[in-house]
Design a protein around this ligand. Structure first.
Ligand code: GAR
Length: 196
């Protein structure tokens, strides 16, 4: 049984897709949405689906382990970063080793790292004149976008494509693949899957 927390900072279109995908699933359950931003639309979406939500301050996130306690209390054994923009502190990386994944809107190791998120990525891809872009789903470690890759999918880019067009193509890939990859990984959790 996988009990998932989704961390998201913004709109949450990926979070929505994932929640919808697992709505009727008996073994995989989205139990919590965590955001660093009290006004993030993803929190209203969580409400609409009746999913518990939590807002975390920078101080609590980096200087305490309260979030880890809260996750354990809720038996969360898998974390999904879906547009979550803060670097994950070591205590969480350690506790959720190979049980925390991120989606990045480019083909890592290209166009990753600090400051490379959302439209910044697509503008950089356009500026470099790339003929392809795509998505990377990877495990999370203490550095931005450097954990080992699990899955990639790509899309062609034409010279006429603006960053907004690239964003649209990449988002389509995200919505098509992210929940399925999570399903596979969560399905592989061992029987004894509580977090120590
Ligand atoms: C997604 O495109 C995701 O890949 C990206 O933020 C977007 C969130 O969209 N994440 C990063 O750039 C992380 N570096 P959403 O809120 O609509 O799901």
């Amino acid at each position: 049984m996988a009990n998932i927390a989704i961390f998201a900072s913004g709109t949450g279109t990926n979070a929505r897709k994932i929640i919808e995908y697992f709505k009727e699933n008996a073994n995989i359950h989205v139990a919590l949405v965590v955001s660093n931003k009290a006004t993030a639309p993803v929190l209203d979406m969580a409400d609409a689906f009746g999913i518990e939500k939590m807002v975390i301050s920078r101080q609590r996130f980096y200087e305490t382990e309260e979030l880890l306690q809260a996750l354990k209390q809720r038996d969360i054994n898998f974390i999904v970063l879906a547009g979550f923009l803060w670097l994950i502190p070591e205590y969480l990386v350690r506790a959720y080793d190979k049980r925390m994944v991120n989606i990045h809107p480019a083909l890592l190791p290209k166009y990753g790292g600090k400051g490379m998120y959302g439209m910044h990525v697509h503008r950089a891809v356009k500026a470099a004149g790339e003929a392809v872009s795509g998505i990377t789903i990877h495990y999370v470690d203490e550095r931005y976008d450097e954990g080992s890759a699990i899955f990639q999918a790509s899309c062609p880019i034409s010279p006429d494509d603006e960053p907004e067009d690239i964003a649209r193509k990449v988002q389509q890939l995200e919505h098509q693949h992210f929940a399925r990859v999570i399903e596979k990984l969560a399905g592989q959790l061992e029987e004894n899957n509580t977090i120590e």
